[in-house]
Design a protein around this ligand. Structure first.
Ligand code: ATP
Length: 748
């Protein structure tokens, strides 16, 4: 993959020019930032927030230009008409606006990923540039149109080779760092088609382990942000992952692609203000995740709108008013007809009841009551304690937390609300009032929040005032952008958001993350097979446009409430309007390991997507037998210790994971400490560590150079999907340590 010296020199000169331009732009952005910061901090709040908004703008720009340092340019297209086009991480122009480097997401770059010799698309030659820092160390060419290539007088000897695989294989063989990297230089055609698929609608990407689903999802997010900047910058993009550990694993990919504004969350984090730290049995989580729980929550809300059995008599200023059951029933019926959330409809109910009670009161007076006095009577009734209690009992103002706690702590309430659940299932939901929320509670709280709503009178008045102020701010921002020539960097709307003189300056991402009812422009869901029906409902509420990228593998499901079949899971919530794309090449797992994993998966009857392996690694699958159960943990720890040394090398670069069922992890950690290792512990696993101990669920979506899988029969007993996940994490070695017989397929 070297390329002749002359070729390398030529490319070096081009690459030098590109970095020089990058440096120039960085200096320019830094200068502008310094200028803004130098402005006096005094002045009106409007001036101050404007200064802050510009400072953020330039800070973002500096950060973006810093992040693209590595492999700034990685490709070149030679076109039939003689044009040469360099492809890179971002687009660069010179001062005259002549393109120097084409952004990989631009239409003009597409042929770099898609052109083949069967369909060259006007490309004569595609060249991959291999760089180390700013130095060009090699080039690798695919000639797609050999006739045009020689007709143009090019020297076939200048070719480095006719295969396009070198750059890809080099990327795949690189040691793992504990953080996912981008694949922008080596995206493959089937991946590119998914990345560039249109924004609208729900796209499901199904593929076996290691086929690049996560990588593709992240590059698609970057692609959509680039091509629909105005829309998505304001509405935001949400990326949902299975755990905080996973989100940390991928958190550098989007910045390295020049994108920083994406909101990342787990389903457990979707309701602002709710921290779901509780743990519970998967079986209980599965009950909470069932679709029928939507009906249960709705019923629980309706059951808090109650007609009293007996009339309630209240004395007020020497007269008696009666809260009559039939009045309450009529008022409830009227309020319900508005189809508003519970707390908002309650306002109507209370108003209606007070006017009925006021009428009773007035009837008892010997004189005509003018309208203004009537209002006073209503107010007196409203503040009378007994009346307040009677009306609250009929229509209680509720919080989502209050409603759910009531269901979990009062068996009679749950029984009334959830006749669909068996008595044993209902008992399994019982918990003390002060127990922490669990991840499976969050979609239920969200469902409740949706049905309860907030008392929105104050909010509506505020919204009107905000809208007026905002129109003025956008107009002002537009003028500022026009006069400073910065209008290609940010839209007037986004800048106006940052002007907002109230409160601290917030980016779209920050505002979206803090608002339960935020409507995102696009949502990307990774490891989507784990989501329960209730989690899907919570998620879809956040994308009214149904513009989604859903990536996952129904063979890797471990959650009992998760999906084993996309149609069964998605049809009820997306009404059949979704499309599927498949990925079929495993770029991670060595062939022997991938094949063993597929045999095991087939034996466990998992819904497998066929795949081929891009990697051949000798001695990748190792089997180690421990004498008996007592020897299992010490043997596994010793194997992990040795493997970590083997793949870690001198620089300690490689990553090793020990994967075992939860009941084994404490003993494994202990044994490793005994060997002088210090594997990290805690909720969010530190993936920078050279050696970690994980359960299959924690390992989901991650990858390591080497994996020690402890007692696969145990993992299989918990879930076939778990074993499939655990076996497909390594890029170089899978060492299986067992004392019990191996599951079918593993050793064949
Ligand atoms: N085109 C590519 N070029 C280079 N590396 C790639 C390419 N596609 C995928 N990879 C690498 O393959 C590995 C697996 O990718 P990724 O984690 O996205 O797979 P996945 O399908 O999400 O796997 P899983 O289902 O196991 O979570 C990653 O290291 C990724 O960088």
């Amino acid at each position: 993959m070297a390329g002749s010296d002359r070729e390398l020199d030529g490319e070096q000169r081009v690459v030098d020019g590109l970095y020089a331009r990058l440096d120039e732009l960085r200096a320019q952005a830094r200068r502008r930032l310094a200028d803004v910061r130098r402005q006096r901090p005094s002045g009106s709040p409007q001036n101050r927030s404007e200064r802050d908004a510009f400072a953020t703008l330039y800070e973002d720009r500096v950060a973006q230009l810093e992040a693209v340092e590595d492999r700034l340019a990685f490709g070149r297209l030679d076109l039939v008409e003689g044009e040469r086009r360099y492809i890179g991480r971002i687009g660069l122009n010179d001062d005259e606006q002549t393109p120097l480097l084409t952004d990989w997401r631009a239409p003009a770059a597409q042929a770099f990923y898609r052109a083949t010799s069967a369909r060259p698309d006007g490309v004569v030659r595609r060249r991959h540039l291999v760089t180390a820092g700013r130095r060009v160390t090699g080039v690798e060419d695919d000639v797609l149109d050999l006739d045009a290539f020689t007709a143009a007088g090019a020297d076939p000897d200048s070719l480095s080779g006719l295969s396009g695989e070198g750059a890809l294989l080099a990327a795949l063989a690189a040691g793992r760092t504990g953080r996912m990297g981008d694949i922008v230089a080596t995206i493959q055609a089937e991946q590119d088609a998914i990345i560039r698929s249109e924004l609208s609608g729900a796209l499901v990407v199904q593929g076996g382990p290691g086929t690049g689903k996560t990588a593709v999802a992240l590059h698609r997010a970057a692609y959509l942000l680039y091509n629909h900047r105005r829309l998505l910058e304001r509405s935001g993009v949400l990326l949902v992952g299975p755990s905080r550990t996973f989100l940390r694993y991928i958190d550098q990919v989007l910045p390295s692609l020049g994108e920083t504004g994406v909101v990342t969350a787990t389903v457990a984090e979707l309701v602002p203000g709710v921290e779901a730290r509780g743990v519970e049995d998967d079986a209980v989580a599965a009950v909470k995740g069932r679709a029928v729980m939507a009906r249960v929550v709705a019923r629980a809300v309706r059951q808090r709108q109650r007609v009293p059995a007996e009339p309630v008599r209240v004395r007020i200023d020497g007269r008696t008013v009666v809260v009559r059951p039939d009045d309450v029933a009529a008022a409830i019926a009227r309020a319900r007809r508005q189809h508003k959330p519970h707390n908002q409809a309650r306002v109507t109910f209370v108003r209606d009841m007070l006017s009925r009670l006021a009428e009773q009161y007035v009837q008892q007076l010997a004189w005509d009551v003018p309208a203004e006095d009537r209002a006073e009577i209503v107010e007196d009734l409203r503040t009378t304690r007994e009346i307040r209690i009677a009306l609250n009992l009929a229509w209680m103002p509720l919080t989502p937390q209050g409603l759910l706690t009531d269901l979990y702590t009062k068996p009679h309430r749950l029984e009334a609300a959830a006749p669909e659940l068996s008595p044993a299932e209902r008992r399994s939901l019982a918990r003390p009032a002060d127990a922490p929320w669990t991840p499976a509670d969050v979609p239920l709280l969200d469902e409740a929040a949706e049905l309860l709503g907030e008392d929105d009178q104050a909010a509506r008045a505020q919204a009107r005032a905000d809208a007026e102020r905002r129109t003025a701010e956008v107009e002002y921002a537009r003028n500022v952008l026009r006069s400073t020539g910065a209008d290609d960097m940010v839209s007037a709307e986004v800048l106006a958001d940052r002007f907002a003189s109230t409160g601290p300056r917030l980016t779209t991402a920050e505002r979206a993350a803090a608002d339960r009812t935020w409507a995102y422009g696009h949502v990307v869901v990774d490891e989507a097979q784990e989501l329960s029906p209730m989690a899907w409902r919570a998620l879809l509420r956040r994308v009214p446009t149904r513009s989604l990228t859903i990536v996952g593998d129904v063979a890797q499901t471990s959650a009992a409430a998760g999906a084993h079949d996309w149609a069964r899971t998605l049809d009820p919530v997306l009404r059949g309007s979704w499309r599927v794309a498949e990925l079929t090449v495993n770029y991670r797992t060595p062939r022997t390991v991938a094949e063993a994993a597929q045999r095991v998966a087939r034996a466990a009857r998992l819904p497998l997507t066929p795949q081929t392996s891009a990697r051949e690694v000798p001695d990748a699958l190792r089997l180690t037998r421990a004498a008996d159960d007592a020897a299992l943990v010490p043997t596994a720890a010793a194997a992990a210790h040795a493997l970590a040394t083997e793949v870690g090398g001198e620089a300690g670069a490689g990553r090793t994971a020990v994967i075992a069922v939860g009941a084994r992890t404490a003993a494994l950690l202990e044994a490793l400490r005994g060997l002088g290792r210090t594997p990290p512990t805690g909720d969010v696993v530190d993936l920078d560590a050279p050696l970690v101990v994980l359960t299959p669920t924690q390992a989901k979506g991650l990858e390591f150079d080497a994996v020690v899988l402890v007692e696969p029969a145990e993992v299989l007993a918990a879930s076939g999907g778990d074993l499939y996940v655990a076996m497909t994490r390594p890029t170089r070695v899978l060492e299986v340590v067992h004392s019990r017989p191996l599951p079918t397929g593993l050793a064949d």
